[in-house]
Design a protein around this ligand. Sequence first.
Ligand SMILES: *[C@@H]1O[C@H](CO)[C@@H](O)[C@H](O)[C@H]1NC(C)=O
Ligand SMILES: *[C@@H]1O[C@H](CO)[C@@H](O)[C@H](O)[C@H]1NC(C)=O
Ligand SMILES: *[C@@H]1O[C@H](CO)[C@@H](O)[C@H](O)[C@H]1NC(C)=O
Ligand SMILES: *[C@@H]1O[C@H](CO)[C@@H](O)[C@H](O)[C@H]1NC(C)=O
Ligand SMILES: *[C@@H]1O[C@H](CO)[C@@H](O)[C@H](O)[C@H]1NC(C)=O
Ligand SMILES: *[C@@H]1O[C@H](CO)[C@@H](O)[C@H](O)[C@H]1NC(C)=O
Ligand SMILES: *[C@@H]1O[C@H](CO)[C@@H](O)[C@H](O)[C@H]1NC(C)=O
Ligand SMILES: CC(=O)N[C@H]1CO[C@H](CO)[C@@H](O)[C@@H]1O
Length: 441
Amino acid sequence: MDLISSLTIVMLLGSTLFVSPACGYDPLDPNGNITIRWDVLQKPADAHHDVRLSIVNYQLFRHIDFPGWKLSWTWRNEEVIWSITGAETTEQGDCSKFTGGSLPHCCEKKPVIIDLLPNAPFNKQVSNCCRSGILSSMLQDSVNYISAFQMNIGSADTNLNISLPTNFTLGVPGYTCGDPFRVPPTKFPEDHGRRSTQAFATWNVTCSYSQYKASSVPTCCVSLSAFYNSTIVDCPKCSCACQGQTGAKCVKPGESPPVLHLGHNGVPKPVVDCSSHMCPIKVHWHVKQSYTQYWRVKITVTNLNHARNYSQWDLVVLHPNLDNITQVFSFNYKPLNIYGNINDTGVFYGIKYYNDMLLQSGENGNVQSELLMQKDSGTKFSFNGGWGFPRKISFNGDECVMPQPDDYPRSPNKAHFNAQTTFFSSSLVLLVSLMLMNVLS
Ligand SMILES: *[C@@H]1O[C@H](CO)[C@@H](O)[C@H](O)[C@H]1NC(C)=O
Ligand SMILES: *[C@@H]1O[C@H](CO)[C@@H](O)[C@H](O)[C@H]1NC(C)=O
Ligand SMILES: *[C@@H]1O[C@H](CO)[C@@H](O)[C@H](O)[C@H]1NC(C)=O
Ligand SMILES: *[C@@H]1O[C@H](CO)[C@@H](O)[C@H](O)[C@H]1NC(C)=O
Ligand SMILES: *[C@@H]1O[C@H](CO)[C@@H](O)[C@H](O)[C@H]1NC(C)=O
Ligand SMILES: *[C@@H]1O[C@H](CO)[C@@H](O)[C@H](O)[C@H]1NC(C)=O
Ligand SMILES: *[C@@H]1O[C@H](CO)[C@@H](O)[C@H](O)[C@H]1NC(C)=O
Ligand SMILES: CC(=O)N[C@H]1CO[C@H](CO)[C@@H](O)[C@@H]1O
């Protein structure tokens, strides 16, 4: 078996392990989920009680971008929301059962709750509210990964106890929520953490993400080039769609993009530049230079979508030499070493107010970075077998389509066994540990 075909097998094996669309399990973020926490603040008196709801994004590198979350559930009985701060429901619904005085904020059986905008009046705010439903990932922002609001709920039928609703949804493509689960009551710190009070009762609802549920087709692809070969290997043909396929509209050079349409959930439908791959996002990895002790890579992320800007974008990259990354220019970088000390995976993301917004397709629709990695002095370094290229890349947590290893730009010089050995042993370690994780989970 020659090098390239064994490489192919390693990669195919790798990708089947990485993508498990059915259950939404992501080996790069095995505990990643969004948890909705339902805190009943005090022992319910008459048919009213106060509930504090928090939406916590426990995912390492996935965030909720514009247009934000749109939380919904189904009440079991005749519960209503009397009042709410830090959020609002999209509809009041039919409150004709209530007469005189003030009416409830919402009487819908399935209320749809949205966050307030950042400029909401102070008397409508609570802490962690009012960010238009946008939730950062934990890794990128240690403050804005929680959204919260407070509500007073009651029942139209005062003889019935208020029961927990069911069928929670986040209103963001790709997420599925489970049933509420009773957990120990949340503690709230007071007096600078010297004392804590606690909720009367707490439930949580876990929502998990599946790329396959979010989109049946990929949304990103990778192209490759290297200083030692003039071939630029473009994204595989039809990575995201085929040109001319029904429903696949695209913008030719010089044409002005059509009027944008909002898809379901308010996310604008992609309107991409015409290309052989038809992806809204393209990541280009260029092996730029080789020095005695270091080598340099240039990464370019291009937005080919006319329909949207991507704020707080991120890129997860898997390459065995990331354990010796020395310098990253114009992006932030954090290692992601979920499997102990194999640091071959990391997250790149934009610098706040500089390039954390990837603008819509056009002249400014790209972000770029260069990285320096130190060559391992113990082995004879070589770019053979496509060693300089990433094993895996994802954009905003969705995996990008890579060219086939057979097509990688080839280096002219032959066999440097040691470098290949390093690659194979690290791939093997990774594979074995992933298999173990799959068995254990
Ligand atoms: C959700 O994430 C939290 C934090 O990482 C973790 O403690 C919890 O076990 C996760 N829940 C599930 C069901 O995976
Ligand atoms: C309401 O809850 C109380 C205390 O848990 C219980 O005794 C009562 O039977 C409940 N009422 C209804 C209608 O479920
Ligand atoms: C919740 O969703 C399930 C499946 O869609 C449905 O069978 C059930 O009736 C729903 N429950 C309520 C209270 O609407
Ligand atoms: C929430 O409940 C799930 C069960 O659905 C539990 O496994 C998980 O640990 C809880 N998560 C948190 C953050 O408390
Ligand atoms: C993207 O951002 C730019 C600059 O803030 C803005 O002019 C443009 O309208 C935005 N595009 C979309 C599709 O939202
Ligand atoms: C490798 O992982 C460790 C532990 O998280 C971290 O401290 C270190 O910075 C990482 N090294 C590189 C080069 O990313
Ligand atoms: C460059 O890479 C391509 C794709 O693998 C290969 O077909 C070609 O022979 C390589 N060129 C040289 C000069 O090695
Ligand atoms: C040259 C160099 O710094 N090599 C280091 C690369 O990273 C591994 C694992 O972290 C170290 O063991 C090497 O010494």
